[in-house]
Design a protein. Structure first.
Ligand SMILES: [Zn+2]
Length: 324
């Protein structure tokens, strides 16, 4: 099976009340961990590439690695551009064989966002085969590679704008802002309460009322959540117990993501959690084996942790297991 776009995957996910994981990848071990986990769970999967990943690994390596994963697993895999900043980068990815792109003009005025998104959609939909396009309305706080928004400068999606936006752009899916945030420090301590027993921060709940309102106005239309790592504390603990210093790292609770996946959310983006799992595996390995210097040994442990995490996400959070 060749790479697929997200259209049919989202239609099925919407109908059956689950979401597809969109995992960011930067190197071979991460690609393998994600796709081997998906294979064992019999789940479709989206591998996404940010501008930072393209710079780090070069687009051609990423594309070939994802193609290798398709050949190795036989899974329906989408190769998606995460946060395309302008028409040119989207065009470059479409021409280069990506099956899905995101154009992110969410920081621009509404009319400008519509105009640029429309231009990308026209190009992507004219491509054979059809490339799907995701756009964004509203802005998330936090840092993701080259996308940086200060806490306090974020804005929730306005449900009054979504119908007009989707109609005028022809976009295939829409990322909305309902309180998720990029990075491993999603919320400032003052936005949270602290669990008196563990000292771990408990974040404010997602704005399900906005999601509900958006899905009422766009029946059957796939919604996307960015910044949806949960910053699983078991990995933070391993990192901190093996020489790391991640204080007050906090994410979106998994039960809330599960709830969103049952609603109109068809794609959930997870990046920081993979980074934490990889780091936990490597830190643990180095502390146990200070004499090791073969990268296969420690990166191999990191890969095993990422795979274990992705299986957990697919089965317990996204609900996309056994959906092929
Ligand atoms: Zn994002």
């Amino acid at each position: 099976m060749p790479l697929v776009n997200s259209k049919e995957l989202f239609e099925k996910a919407y109908k059956e009340g689950y979401a597809i994981g969109a995992f960011n990848c930067n190197n071979m071990e991460i690609v393998q961990a994600i796709t081997e986990a998906a294979k064992e769970c019999n789940s479709p999967v989206i591998l996404q590439v940010s501008a930072g990943a393209r710079k780090y690994a070069k687009p051609v390596y990423l594309k070939k690695m994802v193609e290798a994963a398709v050949e190795d697993t036989g899974l329906p895999i989408v190769l998606h551009l995460d946060h395309g900043a302008d028409f040119e980068i989207c065009k470059d990815c479409i021409d280069g064989g990506f099956t899905s792109v995101m154009i992110d003009c969410s920081s621009k005025p509404f009319e400008e966002n519509i105009a640029i998104t429309r231009k990308v959609v026209e190009y992507a939909h004219a491509h054979k085969p059809y490339v799907t396009v995701e756009a964004e309305l509203g802005t998330l706080a936090g840092i993701e590679d080259e996308v940086k928004v200060e806490h306090g400068a974020e804005s929730y999606t306005n449900p009054d704008q979504v119908e007009e936006f989707v109609k005028r752009t022809g976009v295939d899916s829409l990322a909305i802002a309902i309180g998720t945030s990029h990075g491993a420090y999603k919320f400032r301590p003052e936005q949270c309460t602290r669990d008196p027993k563990t000292g771990v921060l408990l974040p404010p709940p997602l704005r399900f009322d906005i999601l509900e309102e958006v899905s009422k106005r766009l029946p059957g239309f796939p919604i996307v959540l960015h910044g949806s790592s949960s910053v699983n504390q078991e990995y933070v603990k391993i990192i901190n117990e093996h020489g790391g210093a991640l204080k007050d790292a906090v994410g979106v609770p998994e039960d809330q993501l599960r709830q969103a996946a049952r609603m109109a959310v068809c794609k959930i983006n997870i990046d920081s959690d993979l980074r934490l799992a990889m780091t936990a595996g490597i830190r643990e390995h180095f502390e146990a084996h200070p004499d090791h210097f073969d990268p296969r040994q420690y990166i191999g442990d990191g890969r095993a942790y990422v795979k274990q995490l992705v299986k957990h996400k697919i089965t317990d959070v996204l609900g996309s297991n056994d959906k092929i």
